[in-house]
Design a protein around this ligand. Sequence first.
Ligand code: PGA
Length: 307
Amino acid sequence: MTLNITLRQMAAFQALARHRNFTRVADELGLTQPAVSMQIKQLEGQLGVALIEQRGKRMDLTEEGEEVLAGTRAILQRLDDLESALNERKGVKTGRLRISVVTTVNAFAPVLLLIFQQRFPGISIVLDVANHKDLLVQLADNDVDMVIMGRPPVSPDLVAGAFLENPLVVVAHPDHPLAVRRRLIPSALSDQTFIMREPGSGTRRAMERFFTEQDLSFISGMEVSGAEALKQSVQAGLGLGLMSRDAVRMELDAGLVVELEVKGLPIPRHWYLVHHQGKRLSPPARAFKDFILTEASDLLRDKRGQA
Ligand code: PGA
């Protein structure tokens, strides 16, 4: 069988497997929706199998689709590795670095990227910001070289290095009745309204785990996407928020929100640099990994006002 399939078709299929939605794939790839449908149809035609099945609004991959997805991932990964290997031969400190960070990290990532960029002006950086779950998908799809996130799942497929503490705290509007109280016990939080992060957020998972461990309940208030929206909602007085202290440092310093002093908090966590186990890191990616693991914590310490 002589297959005549293209990298574009494979990329379109990989994006479709991720989004399960033609419009979103079209947006991501800068194509029209009919063009994406056409790519998928041509791929199916060439392979002689159906790759997707539509049940009402829900789109699933067929069994063959899952197998083709694994194959396209391997091919695209191989090409990426080839590019890295060739760059390495040239010994260049130029090229592209593709990273994704969770929304909270976006609060300090630009500081680090500025220093990295000044050191390696030849490296162009593509930065994406998403939540924990989306970052794991991007890693699996080889859409990024590496990501910065909270504790990743334990998996032989992932290499993760902790480089910075990431305490999770409960913050409140300064007029909140709990704001003036000292040394609260965790049960003081029960039956309080908390603004919730979206499903797929690592912060949300850590919060749910904390309440389960403490055997406490809370009232779910508004649900918002991203650390910035959570912070704004707490600042507006819509409820309490459990979040990384990194996301609210400026607001804490300015007195716009206050950190509640609760026994058992902060939840001790770390930030991790994570990449896929099988990923052949390009020179820019290796330089970035070294930089983050060896220097980021010192560089940020001053900014965080830690001794
Ligand atoms: P998130 O990030 O809540 O924005 O997903 C935190 C994490 O990765 O734990």
